[in-house]
Design a protein around this ligand. Structure first.
Ligand code: FNR
Length: 384
């Protein structure tokens, strides 16, 4: 049995334990996957400046994201189909996040519903991510359900008006629940932990949307369904309408350009997330860490800036903070942990990232998140 010490260890274990269709759904990007790869490799190009003989005794990784106290500047990103990586996946990930003291974001496309998660986390507030669908009455009902469940921030994703094609999903015939074809059955039989888990839960569908979007009883082919339901006409007027209807903290996700960052500021949002959706949407776009400095320079004094896409270690988190982000999100590191070991795996992922963040901050001669800035990085190793 491998001793798990890295996010990569969790990925390898998840690949063994999760059926291919769902593992591939998590571990893939769109088209050539060049942006997916750049998200990780661009972090590697950035170098730290090592400092010594600074008093490291008293250290804290605690900070805030949109006013919410967090144990470290990391939240769980919204990911669709999380409950297909592991039975009750969203509930388990929410519990792990709650125990660790970081926010959990529930996707519109989750398997466990808003109400399932609220009931299983004892009313502890979580964040809800909203996709904008054509049916505005349905959007209103999702917002109302998120309010009723005590969600403390709405994460509004703007980068999925159209779907970046992920070849693996098409080739695997991704659907939820999986179609019982012979190859799928054979593959699932080789994943006994997953099968046993799924037998033990009744949640098989998308808890927030099945039965609400007219005529939908299951998600046959996921990509075709998404293309038909998501609103290609989405615009900044809709953002304003959603902000007013929600009335609470609003985080706009999917900003990669300083001009869009300016529009996000104008919309009155509390924070924006520099994100290319983990390389799953516009292949050929910049990595998000490369896009961050220009956005910080344009609007960093006017709005809180978060970042995701490509974070695989606490060192990556620290680099994002050094370049001006106030918080980050992890998508795949959480999914790998969940697929590998359920709730314990998500806790493990958070623990790994936390330790790496804390110790690297110390190596750089800093003891508090508020003291981290770009001077901990080697000039010339990061984009300005
Ligand atoms: C996502 N992401 C995503 N984003 C969102 O706003 N709503 C969603 O339902 C999903 N679904 C989803 C599924 C899967 C399998 C992945 C990997 C990602 C994007 C996600 O929130 C986040 O932007 C990325 O995951 C960040 O990149 P890393 O951490 O996965 O590299």
């Amino acid at each position: 049995m491998t001793i798990i010490t890295t996010i990569e260890d969790l990925r390898i274990l998840a690949k063994k334990r999760v059926p291919k269709m769902f593992y591939d759904y998590a571990d893939s990007g769109s088209w050539t996957e060049s942006t997916y790869r750049a998200n990780e490799s661009d972090f590697q190009k950035i170098k730290f400046r090592q400092r010594v003989a600074v008093n490291m005794e008293e250290r804290s990784t605690a900070t805030t994201m949109v006013g919410v106290p967090v144990a470290m500047p990391v939240a769980i990103a919204p990911t669709g189909l999380t409950g297909m990586q592991h039975a009750d996946g969203e509930i388990l990930a929410a519990r792990a996040a709650q125990k660790f003291g970081v926010p959990f974001t529930l996707s519109t496309m989750s398997i466990c519903s808003i109400e399932d998660v609220a009931a299983s986390t004892g009313g502890h507030p979580f964040w809800f991510q909203l996709y904008v669908m054509r049916d505005r009455r349905f959007i209103e009902s999702l917002i109302d359900r998120a309010k009723a469940a005590n969600c403390s921030a709405l994460v509004l994703t703007l980068d999925l008006q159209v779907l970046g094609q992920r070849h693996k999903d098409l080739k695997n015939g991704l659907s939820a629940p999986p179609k019982l074809t012979l190859p799928n059955i054979i593959n699932m039989m080789t994943k006994p932990r997953w099968c046993m888990g799924m037998l033990g839960t009744s949640r098989r569908h998308f808890g927030n949307i099945v039965g609400h979007v007219s005529g939908v009883s299951d998600m046959g082919s996921l990509s075709a369904w998404t293309a038909s339901q998501f609103d290609p006409q989405l615009n900044w007027g809709d953002v304003e309408w959603i902000k007013n209807r929600w009335g609470g903290k609003l985080i706009i996700k999917g900003i990669m350009d300083p001009e869009d960052a300016r529009l996000a500021v104008n919309s009155g949002a509390d924070a924006l997330v520099v994100s290319n959706h983990g390389g799953r949407q516009l292949d050929g776009a910049q990595s998000s860490i490369e896009a961050l400095p220009a956005i910080v320079a344009a609007v960093g004094k006017e709005i809180e800036i978060h970042l995701d896409s490509g974070i695989r270690s606490g060192q990556d988190v620290l680099k994002a903070i050094a370049l001006g982000a106030q918080g980050t999100y992890i998508g795949r590191p959480m999914l790998y942990g969940l697929g590998a070991m359920g709730e314990a795996g998500v806790s493990k992922a958070l623990d790994i990232i936390h330790k790496e963040f804390d110790v690297t901050m110390a190596f750089c001669g800093r003891t508090r998140v508020s003291d981290v800035d770009s001077t901990i990085l080697l000039k010339g190793s990061y984009p300005i």
